[in-house]
Design a protein around this ligand. Structure first.
Ligand code: GAR
Length: 210
């Protein structure tokens, strides 16, 4: 079974979706640790309720991003993960951390990448009068929010949408696509090769005809 480490900073609703799919057996995986850079992240409570070990590594105790990420890499390594899942982990990662987990680190970003990398994606999509918005699950590379996309979910932007209302619509879809991608990874159907995400839909072997 796939050893999964999840990194969070906040509510952890995506973490919850992945926990639920692990518990139902849909994902052949175990979340072996949840790591947060914030001690008050509600996602830690979600993990504790599911009996998943948690660790807090506050960035405030480090004076450089490099020093923080070096310690973070040590903690992740000590969990011996097959997959590292960023689920609302609101920190930019150093190239050396990204390099270390290349091909086995996923992120979810609340936009139809390559649109709206960075923050405030919902408001930016509304302000641009876009017809659609959404979320993307992608492999993490050194390019911020720029790694190969695996799956996107698209939602309409409706008249009078506020950023909060739109965010909720996007969140619902995130909770569908993120567990799905983790499931595929755990079934060894999903890999990153060069800068592409490769999905093997595992066709049935050709049947003998007689
Ligand atoms: C999600 O909407 C995720 O797409 C976003 O943070 C939220 C976390 O929600 N991630 C980013 O903005 C990454 N730059 P959650 O804590 O309830 O899963």
């Amino acid at each position: 079974s796939t050893r999964i480490v999840v990194l969070i900073s906040g509510s952890g609703s995506n973490l919850q979706a992945i926990i639920d799919h692990c518990q139902s057996g849909d994902i052949q995986g175990d979340i072996v640790s949840v790591i947060s850079n914030k001690a008050d992240a509600f996602g830690l409570t979600r993990a504790e309720r599911a009996n998943i070990p948690t660790q807090v590594l506050s960035h405030k105790e480090f004076d450089s991003r490099e020093a923080y990420d070096e310690q973070l890499a040590k903690i992740i390594d000590s969990c011996n993960p097959d997959l590292v899942v960023l689920a609302g982990f609101m920190r930019i990662l150093t190239p050396s951390l990204v390099q270390k987990f290349k091909g086995k680190m996923l992120n979810i970003h609340p936009s139809l990448l390559p649109k709206y990398q960075g923050l405030n994606t919902h408001q930016r999509a509304i302000d641009a009068n876009d017809e659609y918005h959404g979320a993307s699950v992608h492999f993490v590379t050194e390019e911020l929010d720029g790694g190969p996309v695996v799956v996107q979910a698209k939602v309409p932007i409706l008249p009078n949408d506020t950023a909060d209302v739109l965010a909720q619509r996007v969140h619902k879809q995130e909770h569908v696509i993120y567990p799905l991608v983790v499931k595929w990874f755990s079934e060894h159907r999903l890999t990153m090769e060069a800068d592409y995400a490769v999905f093997d839909n595992d066709p049935l072997p050709a049947q003998g005809v007689d």
